[in-house]
Structure formats: C-alpha cells, structure tokens
Design a protein. Structure first.
Length: 77
C-alpha cells in the first residue's frame, strides 16, 4: 500500500487539496498497484498534504526568508 507525503509551501484551498490527492493517488496506484483508488472510500493508496509555513523552511542552519523562497521558486533568485 503506497503512502504519499506531499509538502507544499504556503496553503492550498480545499478544492486544490482534493484535486491533488485525487490525481496523485490515481497516478501512484496505477503505477504501483494497478488498483483504482476511487473504488472505495479508503482505497489502497494513502495521501497526506503538509502545508509548510514560509517561516518554517530553512537551509544551511538558517531560516530562509519568504522573499528568498519565492524568488527561488520563480527562478529570479
């Protein structure tokens, strides 16, 4: 049974979470088990989304400021 742990910076709407869980679960289940994860409520593929606050991300022993992370994501760092 696959367990998928997705970490995102910031927060997602309920709709975005639902869509992400659905799409990722289907892709992983298809590749790993060949099951259809929507056949029942629980299914054989589990997924969790962890929303990470910008101030909770660090590297090199330092908290990375929100502006620096956003610049890195956008490719402008």
């Amino acid at each position: 049974m696959p367990f998928i742990n997705i970490k995102v910076l910031g927060s997602l709407s309920d709709e975005q979470k639902s869509e992400m869980i659905s799409r990722v679960s289907e892709a992983v289940a298809d590749v790993v088990t060949g099951d259809n994860p929507t056949e029942n409520l629980i299914g054989s593929t589990w997924c969790v989304i962890q929303e990470i606050n910008y101030g909770d991300w660090g590297g090199g022993g330092n908290v990375i400021p929100e502006e620096a992370l956003k610049a890195a994501i956008e490719g402008t760092a």
